[in-house]
Design a protein around this ligand. Structure first.
Ligand SMILES: Cc1cc2nc3c(=O)[nH]c(=O)nc-3n(C[C@H](O)[C@H](O)[C@H](O)COP(=O)(O)OP(=O)(O)OC[C@H]3O[C@@H](n4cnc5c(N)ncnc54)[C@H](O)[C@@H]3O)c2cc1C
Length: 423
């Protein structure tokens, strides 16, 4: 048994240790405030660690259904054959070993905000003083005719790292030398705004090396996209004639996908692929929606600054699932929100005023394995809303090789900050 497995108490064992099998009771360490964090991805893991950093008197339980957690940042490299899937595996063991975060492997199936309890898949119940949710995204399986969860088994989305990532990698390897790969990019808002274009860039790199007669098309549900001028400059510079971006304003909206024939029907045209990657429209993770924490658009409204839900007391929602106004849905943004949320939760448990945070996002995208571009933003609360108050992008004439070195360091630093991988 490796350290990570040993440290990760499976649902039942963890609850027994807490004296919580089947009913809500107080923590054995009674007197300590109890914070339950659901989702051990970039948002949830960061919140758990920073809560313990801010106040060692808070008992923190971090629950996740999946183990190991696979990082989406870096997953486009796996698709392009630049690193193995195993490189995406994050190690949470430092969180329990060095930060005394109680980790529980379980699916949370319901939240009772009135009783301040979460119910697990095995019907065990955990009580909380504050609940932080970072459940990530789910797909809108009803948004594209012909593209549902069953269709994704042969036409991957690869927008959650894991078997889907490997499936797209294998399909790319097996694609005919003169084949066409189509990426259908979703409308806003969705997880990782520049992600589809980084994926296109790294797949283009693969095709250029291995299948130079192949073509890559991006059919886009938007007419503009993140870091657009930089990506388009990269495609002109590195992949002339290989990659074409077609916004819906040229093709008409995506109407239907035929997973059997790998055909995409838009309002005006029909596109036939050899490999098809459909990234569907998205919404907050199911748990948040089922708990009544999402609005009609499918995302969770929160008070900017504390990330407290506007729809339920004592519950905070961070990361991709929340509506953080101008902040993009990224790992770095999730971590930044997690820190602000941890500060707000610790302050409220100590009856202190909640400080107004400044939030940050920094996002790198590789355009070749050795060249990257980036965007950064600073967000503050103005007139009760989060506003983008400063920011910048890599210059078109910047040193993109140097940016790639920063990008590699960024990945290591963000993982270490969230999952305590190096502590
Ligand atoms: C291809 C790709 C590339 C990306 N690249 C970057 C990048 O370079 N930089 C960047 O900043 N961001 C990047 N992102 C975005 C980043 O992955 C997400 O923004 C980030 O993971 C959001 O963190 P989160 O905590 O909100 O959700 P997640 O990381 O998805 O974590 C959610 C966790 O909640 C758990 N969960 C959900 N429901 C339950 C439940 N009911 N019970 C128990 N557990 C539950 C899940 O198992 C999961 O582990 C990329 C995304 C993709 C798809």
């Amino acid at each position: 048994m490796n350290a990570s497995r040993r440290d990760f108490l499976k649902g039942g064992a963890a609850l027994a240790a807490w004296g919580l099998t089947g009913c809500a009771t107080r923590s054995r360490r009674s007197g300590l405030a109890k914070v339950v964090v659901v989702g051990a991805g970039y948002g949830g893991a960061t919140a758990a660690r920073y809560l313990r950093l801010l106040d060692a008197n808070i008992h923190v339980t971090l629950i996740d259904a999946a183990e190991p957690y696979l990082s989406c940042p870096g997953s486009n490299d796996v698709i392009a054959g630049l690193q193995p899937l195993a490189a995406l595996q994050c190690n949470h063991s430092g969180l329990s070993r060095n930060w005394d975060v109680q980790r529980v492997r379980a699916t949370v199936k319901a939240i009772d905000p009135d009783r301040r309890q979460v119910r697990l898949h095995n019907d065990a119940v955990l009580a909380y003083d504050r609940l932080i949710l970072s459940p990530g995204i789910d797909f809108r399986w009803d948004a594209i005719a012909g593209y549902d969860e069953a269709a994704s088994q042969t036409v991957p989305h690869a927008w959650k790292a894991g078997p889907q990532t490997e499936l797209l990698y294998r399909q790319l390897q097996a694609m005919p030398a003169n084949g066409t790969l189509i990426i259908c990019a979703p409308p806003n808002p969705y997880r990782c705004p520049p992600g589809p274009y980084e994926r296109a860039s790294l797949i283009a790199h693969y095709l250029q090396q291995r299948k130079p007669r192949a073509k890559l098309l991006i059919l886009d549900g938007k007419s503009q996209f993140s870091k657009q001028a930089l990506f388009q400059e990269a495609w002109r510079r590195y992949y002339p004639g290989l990659l074409e971006w077609l916004p819906y304003t040229r093709t008409g909206r995506l109407e239907r996908v035929d997973a059997q024939s790998l055909t995409v029907h838009t309002e005006f045209e029909l596109f036939k692929a050899d490999v098809l990657n459909v990234i569907p429209p998205q919404q907050a993770g199911a748990l948040a929606r089922q708990a009544g924490l999402a609005d009609a658009a499918g995302w969770c409204p929160v008070h900017p600054g504390s990330f407290a839900s506007t729809l339920a007391p004592d519950i905070h929602v961070i990361g991709d699932a929340c509506n953080a106004g101008p902040m993009p849905k990224s790992a770095f943004a999730a971590g930044s929100q997690a820190k602000a949320c941890a500060l707000a939760v610790a302050a409220s448990l100590q009856d202190r005023p909640i400080p107004a945070p400044a939030l940050i996002n920094t996002c790198y995208s590789f355009v070749t394995p050795q060249a990257a571009i980036s965007v950064a933003g600073v967000y503050k609360i103005e007139r009760g809303q989060l506003s983008n108050v400063a920011g910048g992008e890599t210059p078109l004439t910047g040193d993109w090789q140097e940016e790639a070195r920063y990008a590699q360091n960024w990945r290591r630093a963000v993982r270490s900050d969230a999952f305590a991988e190096n502590s």
